[in-house]
Design a protein around this ligand. Structure first.
Ligand code: AMP
Length: 557
């Protein structure tokens, strides 16, 4: 076992924080990976992405801000309140720790160096702790790390543990860095990652066995495979121009789940590769009994339902996904069903190269459907009218639309190739007012990175919040948005900024939901910027009445 020092990684973090260009980032990481010992690669890659564990691991750190404040207080000797004040002043717990721990470390001159292995070990031990006394033990593991750490190491340790290290090191950057460091093909790195969901292992294989090793990568049960994504078309006609005949399936309104079966062992993963096995015991049971193959990976859409199998609002399903305790109680209140639509691995063999029609046949062969464990409704046709009727029926049931699938296409993990298309009604956009924003973190620290949206109350003329928008912006857009909004800041508290209502933006979204979180009583799901409406003033923004009209008309569909 090598003993790489944690300080080598923190030096890289510091460099990454100073730059924002993707090419520069890739080259820094590539150099670093190239010089790192093989056995440290998996941990390094996780830590570079600000993670302690892969997303699909059942392990969780579960350290909140309060516990961290206690740990910092213990080790620095400052009372909790002083730590809280510092966090508020800095707007970041990591920076607060760094500053408060400066004096502590000057007194311990000959201390042991903190190694990457030690950090990884302690985080693993910490994640396994539950029950009585767990909190104290967790604090002691954190304290041990902080006592070895230099101030700057403390800054990053705290950020990793709180899962607040956001340096923008995404999958694409790591892929290119691995390709650069070990002179392998980036497309093969991508493929291997899509199948094994483990960039650390992919890096190790790339280094040791090169392209030939990456080509051999295969999926296995228990580790999620990246899902194939859909493209969008405007109408049924357009979809049939892509391929005809095609398979039309109901586009169920829920969450995509991958079910892995190996004997009696069942695991469920979301599309973001997170394990949700514990949250859905009824689906685990159904899968164990009704997937007749010994080993298999199948995919389907999990839907929270109410009378007549109508989908409930997405937030109900979200509540189930988030719930970690009293699962039985909530599963009574919010029942679910799954609609299976693909089989990508059966009896030890990958099926991704098989045509969709064959995979569907395999699915039907290895699943005995039940009331809750269903196979997606489909219609194979080349007739626009027939397909149109099927589409309308899906909407009448309260689902989102239809998926249109190429009968002859393979399954391509992780990519949005044109093997399937979605057709759904176009959602009207809303013109909303920006009333607040939040300063970003890490390399986004100088930008306003999340924007509070508001709608006009037609009766009082007041602005009522309806959601937050922060994704889908390029760096350039963040920069220019910040420039624009800086002039409008009324008040700042920590990272939160209150804005003079003046900028109107056109916003697209997936859905409008009822929500107690915002003043309007509604929340937009996945809001994204379409454009800034320079032609509109606050009084021209959309009203609460409009929001309710859109919601009403969607329901009636
Ligand atoms: P979108 O998230 O809008 O890109 O649409 C693709 C998503 O639709 C998939 O990731 C699934 O979660 C969901 N979906 C619902 N029903 C189906 C179906 N029958 N086939 C494939 N995906 C479906």
């Amino acid at each position: 076992m090598t003993n790489m020092e944690f300080s080598e990684l923190t030096a890289v973090y510091q460099k990454l924080e100073e730059i924002s260009g993707r090419i520069e980032m890739t080259s820094i990481i590539s150099d670093f990976l190239g010089s790192a010992p093989d056995d440290e690669l998996p941990t390094l890659i996780l830590f570079l992405q600000g993670r302690a564990f892969p997303p699909w691991s059942d392990k969780e750190l579960g350290i909140g801000g309060k516990l961290m404040i206690k740990a910092i207080s213990n080790i620095s000797g400052f009372p909790d309140e002083k730590v809280v004040d510092k966090v508020r002043e800095k707007g970041d717990t990591g920076l607060a720790a760094e500053e408060l721990l400066v004096n502590k470390t000057q007194t311990t001159l000959f201390k042991e160096k903190l190694t990457l292995q030690k950090v990884s070990d302690n985080l693993n031990k910490l994640a396994g702790l539950t029950g009585k006394g767990a909190q104290d033990k967790k604090i002691s593991y954190i304290n041990e790390l902080l006592s070895f750490a230099s101030p700057v190491e403390s800054r990053y340790l705290v950020k990793i543990i709180l899962e607040e290290l956001r340096l923008g090191v995404g999958r694409g950057v790591v892929r290119d860095a691995i390709a650069g460091a070990f002179e392998v093909d980036a497309a093969l790195v991508d493929r291997a990652y899509s199948l094994t969901s483990d960039l650390g292992e992919v890096a190790r294989t790339a280094k040791k066995e090169g392209n030939a090793g990456l080509e051999k990568a295969e999926m296995k049960t228990g580790v999620p495979v990246e899902v194939m994504l859909a493209q969008k078309v405007g109408s049924i006609e357009e979809a049939l121009e892509k391929f005809s005949p095609a398979s039309f399936e109901v586009k169920y309104d829920g969450a995509r789940i991958q079910i892995h079966k190996e004997g009696d062992r069942i695991t469920l993963f979301t599309r973001r590769l997170e394990s949700v096995t514990k949250q859905f015991p009824e689906i685990v049971e159904e899968a164990r009994e009704n997937i007749t193959a010994k080993s298999a990976i199948v995919e389907g859409e999990l839907v929270a339902i109410q009378d007549g199998r109508h989908p409930r609002p997405f937030q109900d399903l979200s509540r189930r996904i988030k719930r970690k305790y009293n699962i039985d109680e909530i599963s009574q209140k919010i029942p679910v069903e799954i609609n299976l639509f693909d089989a990508i691995y059966v009896e030890g063999k990958s099926k991704i190269d098989a045509a969709f029609k064959d995979r569907r046949e395999i699915l039907e062969k290895i699943v005995s459907p039940t009331e809750k464990f269903r196979i997606a409704d489909d219609l194979i046709t080349e007739d626009v009218k027939e397909a149109g009727k099927f589409y309308q029926k899906a909407l009448d049931l309260g689902h989102e639309g239809v998926m249109v699938k190429n009968l002859d296409a393979p399954y391509q993990p992780g990519s949005r190739v044109g093997h399937m298309y979605k057709v759904k009604p176009i959602m009207e956009t809303l013109d909303l007012v920006l009333v607040g924003a939040t300063w970003g973190e890490g390399r986004r620290a100088n930008w306003l990175a999340s924007y509070l949206l508001a709608v006009l109350d037609p009766d009082s003329g007041q602005l009522l919040t309806i959601g937050r928008m922060g994704t889908g912006f390029t760096d350039e857009e963040f920069k220019s948005m910040t420039e624009l909004l800086k002039e409008q800041v009324l008040e700042e508290a920590g990272k939160e900024v209150k804005l003079r209502p003046s900028v109107v933006v056109e916003v697209a979204y997936e859905e409008i939901q009822k929500s107690p979180t915002y003043e309007s009583g509604y929340a937009l799901r996945f809001p994204r910027l379409v454009r800034i409406r320079e032609d509109k003033g606050v009084d021209d923004a959309d009203t609460l009445t409009r929001v309710e009209e859109i919601l009403g008309s969607r329901k009636g569909q």
